[in-house]
Ligand binder design. Structure first.
Ligand SMILES: CC(C)(COP(=O)(O)OP(=O)(O)OC[C@H]1O[C@@H](n2cnc3c(N)ncnc32)[C@H](O)[C@@H]1OP(=O)(O)O)[C@@H](O)C(=O)NCCC(=O)NCCS
Length: 171
């Protein structure tokens, strides 16, 4: 795979998979149309990568064809961006091939290696089993299971928090 920041030309493909129920079911943000996806890409690519207090969005591409198969959001927390919240989405056509595992391994290597970040974490609805499996496969620790802590689409839902420290990261 090849990872780079999202750019304007990604909006159509990003909308095509992000709008599918299989991908949007547990996501806060779901684009209504390509225009909204384009605005999302424009907003995120306008900020320099790893700016504290901001999200950066990576495009996940197949190395050979250049096809956009997913994206990964990185929220560099204030004050210094030492802690990073992550989220990942993959086109359902490319689920269960190991692409998300490969992409997040590279992201972790970059965040903990080159950028020397302290902690990476993710928040997951427990019904989102593929996501929880992905994080466990990568070596994340489950730190919390909050019960009905998040009001999402008209109901109170549980929230799992997974985390990894730099000292826990294995290449
Ligand atoms: C979260 C998400 C990206 C995970 O995708 P995924 O396809 O399960 O993950 P991978 O691409 O790493 O594939 C791993 C699966 O493929 C299998 N696999 C096949 N070949 C593999 C390989 N070479 N390497 C690793 N896994 C491989 C694994 O066994 C695993 O299957 P399992 O979970 O049934 O054990 C995907 O479910 C998704 O886009 N969900 C919707 C968006 C979402 O809710 N995101 C969560 C926000 S945090």
């Amino acid at each position: 795979m090849r990872l780079r920041q999202v750019e304007a030309a990604d909006a159509g493909a990003l909308f095509a998979y992000r709008s599918q129920p299989q991908v949007s079911r547990y996501q806060d943000w779901v684009p209504a149309d390509t225009q909204e996806a384009a605005e999302f890409v424009a907003r995120l690519s306008a900020t320099e990568f790893a700016t504290p207090g901001h999200w950066s969005q990576l495009a996940l591409l197949l190395r050979d064809s250049g096809e956009l198969v997913g994206d990964c959001g990185l929220h560099f927390l204030e004050p210094a961006g030492a802690q990073v919240a992550i989220g990942i989405s993959l086109d359902p056509q490319h689920h269960a091939k190991g692409f998300a595992t490969e992409a997040l391994s590279a992201v972790l290597g970059y965040l903990f290696g080159q950028l020397e970040r302290h902690r990476v974490f993710a928040s997951v609805d427990p019904r989102n089993e593929a996501s929880a499996r992905l994080l466990r496969r990568l070596g994340f620790r489950q730190e919390a299971h909050f019960v009905q802590s998040y009001f999402f689409r008209g109901e109170w839902v549980d929230d799992l928090v997974f985390a990894m420290l730099r000292s826990e990261f294995k290449e």
